[in-house]
Design a protein around this ligand. Structure first.
Ligand code: AMP
Ligand code: GLY
Length: 427
């Protein structure tokens, strides 16, 4: 039996807590700091995910065996190294890499160099600092539009700018590199070739040597229908992805997942946890856009509901190096998650609005992303508020089932996209 602590407070962490709570291996489940949704699955503890000292003390006092780190920020800041060096915690198992492994997400230049060393397909690129301004301009001129500019460091998902003309690209490069638009994150900027294709998110769990693939998903990042308008933290997701056929996924494993895990092993980068491959399918050939060292949000809200297997058993198989023999039972049904957001998001929006209709939801999962509870009533507390997941025998049926439930929920200025997955139906 294990005592588990999940770190984080969004929809992904609610999905993790929901799935972990179903495990017969779990004695106690805690979530730090969690949200009103996770409190239905376990015990919320008011410790911020960046309060490493507080987390360490809690783990000691409550004999936690397994820590599941939801978001990237504590991993990039070295929570795993911090806890592993605590003499009080020799037996703690942590799902999430140390600072070195987390560089796969926290430095795009590190990730690109890693991919090149291991012959993993990715877009051609070069990285520049402000001293290299003239060289950067030369490189821009040498590639075809559109131009992809990326801040090297973590920028809350906003560090990538795509420009259609060289004039725009030069102006943007000046902002990023010379005016430090993304602060330290854009001290170094990557200029990358544009990959013309369709994206998907692929996940594996690994012990740094062996891995087990999880169901793939596709997320919808833009606020507007038809993938228009500004980027958000994610407006919804679907799983499975129809174009991720057996053939395509075989290429993904052979060219990307296998070489990545082998690369980690060869370079002695210890890695226990989830790894997320942000991929572009270019005419049937997979390329890596980015690595993330965690599950995706909102992808977790469709990936985890499709696991019939016990998630804690799976994580313990990773801990005990038994992943190669683990048979993952995946639900063949389609899952769709729709994110309900505050009107105005990702710009300005109102908060503390009463959420009605939650008690009428049936045949769907409600994951809290940004809510608060007062006297038994739920209120909005963030831009992304609720993630509603439903299943169906086909993508179309899953959409219909999800939207039927979504329409029962109301809060002032509530917004959600009504076109999720439609782009996949006529491919
Ligand atoms: P990232 O933060 O690296 O995931 O990039 C954010 C988004 O920018 C991705 O989800 C893609 O839609 C887009 N993007 C990043 N790199 C490229 C590329 N080389 N070609 C085309 N689109 C890209
Ligand atoms: N949905 C993309 C991410 O979690 O980064």
């Amino acid at each position: 039996m294990v005592d588990v602590l999940v770190m984080g407070s969004g929809g992904r962490e609610h999905a993790l807590a929901w799935k972990i709570a179903q495990s017969s291996l779990v004695k106690h489940l805690y979530i730090a700091p969690g949200n009103p949704g996770t409190s239905l699955c376990g015990t919320n503890v008011p410790i911020d995910a960046m309060d490493f000292e507080g987390i360490a003390n809690f783990i000691v006092e409550n004999s936690i065996n397994l820590l599941v780190v939801g978001p990237e920020a504590p991993l990039a800041a070295g929570i795993t190294d911090f806890l592993q060096s605590d003499p009080r915690l020799p037996h703690l198992k942590i799902m999430g890499p140390n600072k070195l492994g987390a560089l796969l997400e926290s430095s795009k230049d590190f990730a690109k160099k890693f991919m090149i060393r291991h012959h993993i397909p990715t877009a051609r690129y070069k990285a520049f600092r402000s001293d290299d301004w003239e060289e950067a301009l030369q490189f821009l001129k040498s590639i075809d539009p559109p131009y992809v500019l990326k801040a090297d460091g973590l920028a809350a998902g906003k560090g990538v700018v795509i420009c259609s003309t060289i004039t725009d690209a030069t102006a943007e490069l000046e902002k990023m590199l010379l005016e430090k638009k993304f602060g330290e994150a854009s001290q170094k900027v990557l200029i990358e070739e544009f990959l013309d294709g369709i994206e998907l998110s692929v996940f594996a769990i690994t012990d740094g040597k062996h891995y087990c693939m999880l169901p793939e998903a596709k997320d919808y990042k833009r606020i507007g229908e038809g993938n228009t308008g500004p980027n958000t933290g994610g407006m919804g997701a679907v799983s499975p992805v129809p174009f991720a056929t057996g053939d395509f996924m075989q290429k993904v494993e052979e060219r990307i997942v296998g070489p990545t895990i082998r690369g980690l092993n060869e370079e002695n980068i210890p890695y226990l946890g989830f790894i997320f491959f942000g991929l572009m399918n270019v005419k049937g050939e997979p390329y890596v856009i980015e690595y993330n060292v965690r599950l995706g949000d909102p992808e977790a809200e469709v990936v985890l509901p499709r696991l019939n297997s016990d998630l804690v058993e799976l994580m313990m198989a990773a801990v005990d190096h038994r992943l190669s023999d683990f048979h993952l039972d995946v639900e063949p049904k389609n899952a769709v998650v729709v994110m309900l957001v505050s009107g105005g998001y990702p710009g300005k929006y109102k908060s503390h609005l009463l959420i009605e209709g939650l008690e009428d939801i049936s045949d769907a999962l409600v994951f809290h992303a940004g809510t608060m509870i007062e006297k038994g009533k739920y209120y909005t507390a963030s831009g992304r508020v609720l993630a509603i997941t439903a299943m169906g025998n086909s993508l179309e049926e899953a959409f219909r089932n999800t939207y039927r439930q979504v329409n029962k929920i109301f809060f002032l200025d509530m917004y959600f996209r009504k076109d999720l997955g439609k782009d996949l139906l006529n491919l």
